[in-house]
Design a protein around this ligand. Sequence first.
Ligand code: SF4
Length: 148
Amino acid sequence: EASVVLVSACLFGEACRYDGKSKGSNPVMRALEGKELVPVCPETGAGLGIPRPAVELRGGTGEAVLAGQAQAVVAATGDDRTAAFRYGAELALEAVKRFGVKVAVLKERSPSCGSQGTHVNGQVVRGRGVTAALLHSAGVIILSDEEL
Ligand code: SF4
């Protein structure tokens, strides 16, 4: 059975980051050669534009956001983006179910995609972003681009 890998779209060369850039990664591309890939950008999928203001989590990591105990907010203004972040995570989970994804390669430290570190209260802390938290809870094996 061919393995289908969900990948943060910005690692796959899409210029979907908040700053309008991509994070195309040669090690990631090499590691994923020959795999069936499902590129997903939770934030642009949820309708947040390109470019967009940088978002951080407030009050906890992705698990806490999913539990309603923390928020995703625009770092500079405090504007709430929690609903969009949750929606983006749901989009990624839908793709996981539709395509039988077992493994995801996600961009480290993003408030959505970070799997070992993410931005909380103005700092990078250990923990997952919102999408990484939801995929992890669904049993998806998550690799960081920095592990490849
Ligand atoms: Fe989109 Fe995730 Fe890349 Fe951010 S890290 S641009 S949410 S795919």
